[in-house]
Design a protein around this ligand. Structure first.
Ligand code: COS
Length: 386
């Protein structure tokens, strides 16, 4: 299918694909087994200007948009979702600054993010605030010229590895979600430490840790936007980032599909390659239909975001839900097509199936996405008196 990419977009896709094939595929099984952060690959991505893609030109970036980021994420995801998550979570952490940061903050942080010299993580989730993002308990109290942060963030992608953290904390607990505020916190500040590295089912190349704030003092200039808009910053950030999660789903599904097709052509049973059997062809056909549908919606939503549309919640939730449900189904079916071989670590699809599961959970479970879509449907119906 031709999605009418520009020459530049094709260049980005080809470069990301080359990095994925040459640098990621050869080490993905080892990174998975050792639970190892992909430092060398991150360096390669930085040298190839991949971190600059979505940063505006005036801050040293390439000034591209959500679609270009999705194209790169998709290619990396086809090779290793752990690596792609590390890369995509950097964008997730950067959106609060990009969307709500002031000039001083953008000038201070974005150039180093664009070169990949500094990487970023987003800190929203807590032990008692997962789907209920408004339930966060980490506090930020203004004392003189500093905010004092106390609390613990849980399961933070790039935690401990990133240099810059965008954090949502309560400045006024009595106000519920309207009492939340967003901050930027740098690694190395006294009172800011990390928990142990989590041992996960999948995306094991990505690092996940707690962020622990114990009387951590940061300058008051590190407040993003103003007090009380932290929940909005988080929601708008997730609205943008969920298109990237959709791209992860598309890429991962494509990677698993490619493996299944290649295996089915070689595997001979009953005297014929199994791809000649209709049972296998129908499974592959269903996989291909789902991948193309998810890809088409993901690109359409990325283009919608790049058009500057104000409210993209429903659309990005739709793309995230479709593409990640597809990734789970397609990776499971890839294992099925490959049978016993698919279940063995010798082939990459068992890792892909383990990796897929997180896509239905992080950046808002797919049940939460359906809530977001449902709420938007009600809002539109009320508006249209439907
Ligand atoms: N854009 C702008 N405003 C938004 C918004 C969005 N996408 N989503 C919610 N809001 C606003 C609401 O309009 C409401 O504003 P008012 O107080 O002015 O009415 C406010 O934020 C609170 O919204 P709501 O009442 O819907 O919040 P809930 O506490 O019920 O939360 C959702 C519901 C679905 C928004 C939230 O629970 C959610 O997204 N959960 C998933 C969180 C997530 O993705 N976690 C992953 C962690 S990061 S990897």
């Amino acid at each position: 299918m031709d999605y009418f990419f520009t020459e530049e977009q094709i260049m980005i896709r080809d470069l990301a694909r080359q990095i994925a094939e040459e640098k990621v595929v050869p080490v993905r099984a080892e990174l998975d087994e050792k639970n190892e952060y992909p430092s060398e690959i991150i360096k390669t991505l930085a040298q190839s200007d991949m971190f600059a893609l979505f940063i505006p030109e005036q801050y040293g970036g390439l000034g591209k948009g959500c679609l270009e980021l999705c194209i790169a994420v998709e290619e990396l995801s086809a090779a290793c979702l752990g690596v792609a998550t590390t890369f995509a979570a950097n964008a997730l952490g950067t959106y609060p600054l990009l969307l709500f940061g002031n000039e001083m903050q953008k000038n201070k942080y974005l150039p180093d993010i664009a070169t990949g010299k500094k990487t970023v993580a987003f800190g929203l989730t807590e032990a008692n605030a997962g789907s209920d993002a408004g339930g966060i308990q980490t506090t930020a109290k203004l004392e003189g010229n500093e905010y004092v942060l106390n609390g613990t963030k849980q399961w933070i992608t790039n935690g401990g590895e990133a240099d810059i953290y965008t954090i949502i904390a309560m400045t006024d607990k009595t106000k519920g979600p309207r009492g939340a505020s967003a901050f930027v916190v740098e690694k190395g500040v006294p009172g800011f430490t990390f928990g142990k590295k989590e041992d996960k089912m999948g995306i094991r190349a990505s690092a996940t840790r707690e962020l622990i704030f114990d009387n951590c003092r940061i300058p008051k200039e590190n407040l993003i936007a103003k007090e009380g808009v932290g929940f909005l910053v988080a929601m708008k950030t997730l609205d943008q980032a969920r298109a990237g999660v959709a791209a992860q789903g598309v890429g991962l599904a494509q990677g698993a599909f490619n493996e299944a097709v290649s295996f089915a052509r070689k595997r001979v049973q009953f005297g014929h390659p199994i791809i000649s059997f209709q049972a296998i062809q129908h499974m592959l056909a269903d996989m291909a239909i789902q991948i193309e549908a998810a890809r088409a919606l993901t690109y359409a939503v990325a283009r919608f975001i790049d058009s500057g549309a104000k409210d993209v919640s429903k659309e990005s939730a739709m793309a995230k839900t479709l593409a990640t449900d597809v990734a789970m189904k397609v990776t499971t079916d890839a294992v099925q097509v490959m049978g016993g071989a698919g279940y063995m670590k010798e082939y990459p699809v068992e890792k892909m199936m383990r990796d897929a599961k997180i896509l239905q959970i992080y950046e808002g479970t797919n049940q939460i996405q359906r809530n977001v879509i449902g709420q938007a449907i009600i809002k539109e119906a009320v508006k249209n008196k439907g």
